[in-house]
Design a protein around this ligand. Structure first.
Ligand code: 13P
Length: 342
């Protein structure tokens, strides 16, 4: 495997003005999203929804790659083209979620470890054959007064690095996603402390397991006050505390940091990304790999109605365009009023 191909793919995913759409909801998660708009989750409705997103005209100006779920990478678009082929034909790089979810960590009440390493080498080979050029593995950590434990932090870091090494061996760029969940009443200082410890462990394991850092991307949480905290930090403080953690612990060799939205409103996720980029330049590209913050308005506008496909596409195109502006720090909330013709 040419190392350069990994570097090139990683850099292409964070090309100027572009970011990633996370459309890799598992069957359980997409069912929750569909429940919220009152439609049934079936193989056909899931195909119709993803088809609506992936065929949005012109969105490839803002979207470099799409993370798919196992079912979707094997599905065909409504016109019969396999989804990975459809994306590649627009210059959008297909990716794949390969973890098998966060499961209870033994002897660690309230903590999780992400599973999916068994058989991963063979699955990666198959996914590459299906067109995947990058992958994602998500670990989660909860914040309380006592958690996460060192045990949870290091166990997940070890698994993330094992996943990353296997990806690189298969010619696939690993996105490493350590998500410190922002539910709870914690202060932003506590979030910064926990995020820093998680990142320190992650980069120690990646080096120890010989992962080529330039052929990876990092997908972290932003550093926020807990969603239930009595007083919550504003946009500037979020940008400063987040950058503080990454500057201490993310090597400059990492080509890009592609954030998850993690339950922020779509406009908050855009404003926070924008504020970080406005403080640039930084050693890494700062971009997005949002799920909910790119999809929520689109999901609502579509509502499962074939006649509203264009409305859904307009909403997705608009959020992608706003986040593209946030890539260079030129986003302003007034831009939300722009109307979009698809
Ligand atoms: P959200 O942006 O909805 O957090 O999803 C991103 C993701 O891929 C989570 O694993």
């Amino acid at each position: 495997m040419a190392r350069n191909e990994l570097h090139e793919t990683a850099r292409a995913l964070v090309a100027e003005g572009k970011g990633i759409l996370a459309a890799d909801e598992s069957e359980g998660t997409i069912k929750k999203r569909f429940d919220s708009i009152g439609i049934e989750s079936t193989e056909d409705t899931r195909r119709a929804y993803r088809d609506m997103l992936f065929t949005t005209p012109g969105v490839e100006d803002f979207i470099s790659g799409v993370i798919l779920f196992d079912e979707t990478i094997r599905q065909r678009a409504l016109d019969g083209t396999p989804f990975p082929e459809l994306l590649a034909s627009k210059g959008v790089i297909p990716g794949i979620k390969v973890d098998k979810g966060a499961k209870p960590l033994a002897l660690a009440k309230g903590e999780t470890v992400t599973e999916g390493l068994d058989g991963l080498r063979a699955r990666l080979e198959e996914y590459r054959g299906l067109g995947a050029r990058f992958a994602k593995w998500r670990a989660t950590y909860s914040i309380t007064d006592d958690l996460p434990s060192d045990y949870c932090i290091w166990t997940n870091a070890h698994a993330l690095a094992r996943y990353a090494a296997l990806c690189q061996e298969a010619g696939i760029v690993p996105i490493v996603e350590p998500e410190v969940l922002q539910d709870g009443t914690h202060t932003i200082a506590r979030s910064e402390f926990v995020t820093s410890r998680v990142l320190a462990a992650l980069y120690t394991e990646l080096y120890d397991q010989r992962v080529d850092i330039e052929g990876t991307l990092l997908k972290p949480n932003m550093v926020l006050s807990g969603y239930e905290a009595s007083s919550r930090a504003g946009v500037d403080e979020v940008a400063e505390q987040s950058l503080h953690a990454y500057y201490k612990h993310v090597p400059a060799a990492v080509p890009g940091i592609v954030f998850l939205s993690g339950g922020q409103s779509d406009e908050d996720a855009t404003a926070h990304l924008n504020a970080m980029n406005a403080r640039g330049p930084h050693p890494w590209q700062l971009s997005f790999s949002y799920g909910r913050a790119l999809q929520s308005p689109s999901l609502k506008a579509w509502g499962g109605r074939p006649e509203d496909v264009e409305a859904g596409q307009r909403a997705y195109y608009h959020r992608a365009k706003m986040n593209s502006a946030a890539r260079t720090g030129v986003y302003a909330p007034a831009m939300e009023q722009e109307t979009v013709a698809v």
